[in-house]
Design a protein. Structure first.
Length: 254
């Protein structure tokens, strides 16, 4: 620092100091007034985000990244509104993903301490499907549902209900698997209330108990020495084993 600067600093009068202070205060006040009187679309691309205002970046996108072990962005609403609303005119409203094989692309939870009409996720498809899920792994499921209560109740792992349509539809086009596989180690695997129709052969590996009348349009025949391929017991055992292994993955998450 040279002598001129020192001289100016030491010879500044009190009036000048008061003027400079007043000028700084006036600039700060103008900045505050400018924010308070800003339009509803205040911040634009290249500007800082202004809370309490509608911000727009035009055709530019905004990226936020971090290396923290906590969420990069946390949003909380202590009122009755949603924490965040995301919509898109021509693409997905929200896109989430994960590069970890042991994590979820989207994770949702309901933290209520009592039961109610809410859920962790609510999806309404309107004129489209409510939920669309898929996988390409041969040992994984497109949809997995688990209810791990330790008491008997009226709940279920997966519930499908239809009004004037089917409650659930299962389809496969391979002879190496079944459209539906039901397993119960200690009781009923399938309980159907109402008339049942099977368009095809039925194989029962075990006893058959009927409390009504069996009607048959052909005479009863003894079992052939060898059942057809898709109906062979070995094929059924293979399907049962794969289904049980898949179910074990669900149970392991308990």
């Amino acid at each position: 620092m040279d002598g001129t600067t020192d001289h100016e600093t030491t010879t500044t009068t009190p009036n000048r100091r008061r003027f400079l202070a007043a000028g700084a205060a006036g600039a700060t006040g103008a900045a505050v007034i400018g924010v308070a009187g800003a339009s509803q679309a205040d911040a634009a691309a290249g500007q800082a985000l202004v809370l309490g205002r509608s911000n727009t970046s035009g055709s530019a996108s905004t990226g936020v990244s971090s290396s923290s072990s906590t969420p990069t962005v946390a949003v909380h609403n202590a009122g009755s509104g949603a924490a965040a609303l995301m919509t898109s005119a021509r693409s997905n409203g929200f896109a989430g993903g994960s590069y970890s094989a042991n994590a979820y692309g989207v994770s949702a939870a309901n933290y209520a301490s009592t039961s109610g009409t809410g859920a962790a996720i609510a999806a309404g498809g309107g004129q489209n499907d409510g939920v669309a899920a898929s996988t390409i792994h041969p040992d994984r499921a497109g949809v997995m549902g688990l209810n791990h209560t330790d008491v008997v109740g009226a709940g279920a792992g997966v519930l499908g209900a239809g009004i004037n349509i089917a409650g659930m539809v299962a389809y496969t086009s391979t002879p190496d698997d079944a459209g539906i596989v039901a397993i119960n180690e200690f009781g009923l695997a399938v309980l159907a209330h109402g008339s049942s129709q099977f368009n095809g052969d039925v194989v029962i590996l075990g006893d058959l108990y009927v409390t009504g009348t069996i009607y048959c349009d052909n005479p009863i025949q003894p079992l052939p020495d060898q059942l057809p391929g898709p109906l062979a017991p070995a094929r059924g055992e293979s399907i049962w084993s794969r289904a049980k292994a898949l179910a074990s993955r669900v149970l392991s998450k308990n």
